[in-house]
Design a binder for this molecule. Structure first.
Ligand code: PEP
Ligand code: MN
Length: 262
């Protein structure tokens, strides 16, 4: 069970040679969408150089409009695998339905996006796989519902689950969503799973990504997932919340400085 009273020990999620949940702050980074082989490889190299330990990139994109860029799909996964091969970074990418699972064979972490948090058939199917799952909180879901979705995955035998707080809908319109910072300690108290924050989707605004990342570190999150691109203004999705590679490098320096006690 997800509940800490049933299972008191922290669950460690192992991805390649990194572990989430053992007290080290991990940074996942990469573009919102994989756009080309050159794009994902170049961004992967840069974020690795800055200290990211996992590469993100969407191949199947859950877009609000059916006319918006839907992702490179299977080809996007192929390009992610090239970036993984060139950098050694493990990869995380979103699955939208269970029929796509065979394409995820060489993907290191399967992401379930906010919009699919209560797609129970999908949760059960990834629960039957042995791969780590990055489960994002739904736009309008409570912490209790979020934990029950993790329970669906775990009930099928997979406890390698990373919980991701990515902001929720509130009456506030100045940000894309409202980062629920309390969710981090609550999820860590109520469950034994690693918890990360996605400041990019929470804020929707580039200038808030660094301060919210520092908040993630301060509140005891196991990491952050940050969208990056070499040219955010040309990104095919979520450019407004995407850091360029220099901004990402300087945020990483700042986070390292804050994490070090000397
Ligand atoms: C994403 O991380 O690519 C994404 C679509 O985020 P969310 O599901 O949180 O909206
Ligand atoms: Mn995005």
């Amino acid at each position: 069970a997800v509940n800490r009273t049933v299972h008191p020990e922290d669950t460690l999620v192992k991805v390649g040679n990194i572990t989430l949940g053992e007290g080290f702050f991990q940074v996942i980074s990469g573009p919102c969408s994989v756009e080309s082989e050159e794009q994902i490889v170049q961004i992967a190299k840069a974020v690795k150089e800055s200290g990211a330990t996992l590469l993100r990139g969407g191949a199947f994109k859950p877009r609000t409009s059916p006319y918006a860029f839907q992702g490179l799909q299977e080809t996007g996964i192929k390009f992610l695998l090239t970036a993984k091969q060139e950098t050694g970074l493990p990869i995380v990418t979103e699955i939208m339905n269970q029929t796509q699972l065979p394409l995820f064979e060489d993907v290191d972490v399967i992401q379930i996006g906010a919009r699919n948090m209560q797609n129970f058939d999908l949760l059960k199917e990834v629960g039957r796989s042995k791969k780590p799952v990055l489960l994002k909180r739904g736009l309008c879901n409570t912490i209790e519902e979020f934990l029950m979705s993790a329970e669906y995955i775990m009930s099928e035998g997979n406890s390698q689950i990373i919980l991701c707080e990515r902001g929720i809908r509130t009456y506030e319109t100045m940000t894309r969503n409202t980062l629920d910072i309390s969710a981090v300690p609550l999820l860590k108290q109520k469950s034994h799973l690693p918890v990360i924050i996605d400041p990019s989707h929470a804020a929707g605004i580039r200038s808030l990504v660094a301060p919210l990342s520092k908040a993630a570190l301060a509140v005891g999150a196991d990491g952050v997932m940050i969208e990056t691109h070499y040219n955010p203004s040309k990104a095919l999705s979520d450019g407004a919340q995407t850091l360029d590679l220099e901004q990402f490098a300087s945020l990483m320096k700042d986070l390292k400085k804050r994490a070090a006690f000397e």
